[in-house]
Write a protein that binds this ligand. Sequence first.
Ligand code: ZN
Length: 293
Amino acid sequence: MQQLRFGDVTVDRIVEAEGLGFPAEFLLPGSDSAAIREYRDWLEPHFFDPESGRFIQSVHCYVVRSPRHTVLIDTCVGNDKDRPSTRAWNRLDTDFLIRLRDIGVTPADVDYVLCTHLHVDHVGWNTRLLDGRWVPTFANARYLFHRTEFDHWKKNGDYVVDGPGASDGFYEDSVLPVVEAKQADFVADGHTIDDWLTVESWPGHSPGHVCLRLKAGGREAVFAGDLLHHPVQCRHPEWNSRFCWDPALSAANRQRFVERHAETPAVVLAAHFAAPVAGRIAALGGLAQFALL
Ligand SMILES: [Zn+2]
């Protein structure tokens, strides 16, 4: 994704990992593989690999820079974390921080970190291993957690799903150290950062999942987190991911999200859409689909 500009605000993407992801029927257990192949004109080649039947996916972090602040949205899996349930994420050793520096951001520059929700692939770089201890990676940042989301994970450190995507102790190594360092702020629906960014509650995928809306320079973008895991869900909001906490609420809010944004200029920036990532929701003949910018 090229840098996006919204008035005085820029958006970059730092990729942790990208490529062939989960098989379609694994990620979206209610999906229909024949239907997915029918959408090849807008899913291929960027989002679906017909040969393997696997989705093409990404784990990335968005960097939003306003004239006042540097904000990170979702912090991926992180380095050195024990994640035995998900082989591709176990004890990672990527140059994520160098990629961040390459766009001109050092850890000390980061003012805010927002996790759209507290799943294992959205909190990792909250902390890093220093002298055998997990410490906040971004020493000068306030970390924003939705209160409902934080309270849920405080009580339920272990995720209910077994196998790939399981929690593997993320609360202890990637959330708790931030709280203990007194760098956590607990926010609610409507919380704003600067004049440009607003936290919106979109629960379902997790109890306190949020999106972040950016309005600047007469343009709008919405950081959708995992409300949409894959572009095909624009057409099929009823196809929940296997990681959705409340399937009925998740599907209802996804439907509402698609209806709200269809045929609007709002740029949708989800947490796992592969390159080129940014797009809008179109509604050709009344049928929603994801349309790249
Ligand atoms: Zn995720």
